[in-house]
Design a protein around this ligand. Structure first.
Ligand code: HEC
Ligand code: HEC
Length: 220
């Protein structure tokens, strides 16, 4: 019962938010894409084969990571890996509306947590400027140790490799997460009103696999 009430409260908060935003124009005009990966605004990713001409293994490894980082630094990923405990929104990484504190749980406070508004799937909001509320199972903010906004590519790369900050993952675990995790995969199916990340999750996973196979070197 309590869960149901919270969901109803969240739904009411969401409807109020979207109505308010539509009136005041606080939420940016949706950019036309319906979230169809074929219409990816970020374009295709280079294939692993295109890096074979780089003879030195460490240079090839860094080039592979730099290409994969077109996904990692895409707003769809960055908005959930912010510098503070508050998510950001849109292609310009503006503060989340309404302001949300994810706290240490990544989920926010009881009564208005992420799942008050974010469901297990994208929720289309026809006739609004938002287009849809993004959704995927267990929608929550990345832990503070995995903050990427404001870091250089080299710093992000070293964070991803560091088990003390990456959730105790080996490189094999990182490959599995990048290549198959459904929260990562949401970035290519972000719902109406949002541009998907470049390429496909499969092409991204192949770049990460090749980066690891060449020694997982990081840009400086
Ligand atoms: C009151 C409702 C509400 C709550 C609570 C809420 N969100 Fe949102 N969130 C939204 C709406 C609506 C959007 C879409 C806005 C837009 O696209 O302009 C959104 C968008 C986002 C985005 C942007 C996606 C992108 O790439 O543009 C992220 C990230 C996000 N929320 C994370 C969270 C997290 C994490 C929590 C919990 C800690 C949370 N939100 C709680 C309503 C909410
Ligand atoms: C809805 C929020 C959300 C989105 C969107 C999201 N992440 Fe995450 N990410 C998380 C959470 C939460 C964790 C922690 C999960 C865990 O440790 O099991 C995480 C952890 C990770 C990790 C683990 C290791 C580390 O060092 O950071 C990687 C890698 C990662 N995400 C990559 C991505 C990529 C790439 C994208 C975009 C294609 C992405 N994420 C989009 C929430 C998100």
């Amino acid at each position: 019962m309590r869960g149901q009430q919270l969901r109803e409260a969240g739904r009411a908060a969401l409807v109020a938010l979207v109505a308010g935003a539509a009136i005041t124009g606080m939420i940016a005009v949706a950019s036309g894409s319906s979230g169809d990966p074929a219409a990816s605004g970020g374009g295709a990713l280079k294939s692993v084969a295109e890096f074979r001409s780089i003879a030195a293994t460490d240079a090839r490894s860094r080039a592979l990571f730099t290409e994969a980082a077109r996904v990692i630094t895409d707003p769809r990923c960055m908005n959930c890996h912010p510098a503070t405990r508050s998510p950001t929104q849109g292609d310009d990484l503006h503060p989340h509306m309404p302001p949300i504190q994810a706290s240490e749980s990544g989920m926010g406070v009881a009564g208005l947590n992420c799942h008050s508004c974010h469901r297990f799937e994208n929720t289309t909001l026809p006739g609004t400027r938002v287009g849809s509320v993004p959704g995927a199972e267990q929608w929550l903010l990345a832990p503070a140790s995995m903050a990427w906004q404001g870091l250089t590519l080299g710093e992000i790369c070293r964070q991803i490799k560091d088990p003390a900050r990456n959730g105790g993952r080996s490189l094999a675990d990182i490959l599995k997460h990048m290549g198959t995790d459904h929260l990562v995969g949401w970035a290519w199916h972000p719902g109406a009103g949002r541009e998907p990340a470049p390429g496909t999750q499969e092409a991204f996973g192949a770049l990460i696999e090749a980066w690891i196979a060449t020694g997982a070197h990081c840009p400086s």
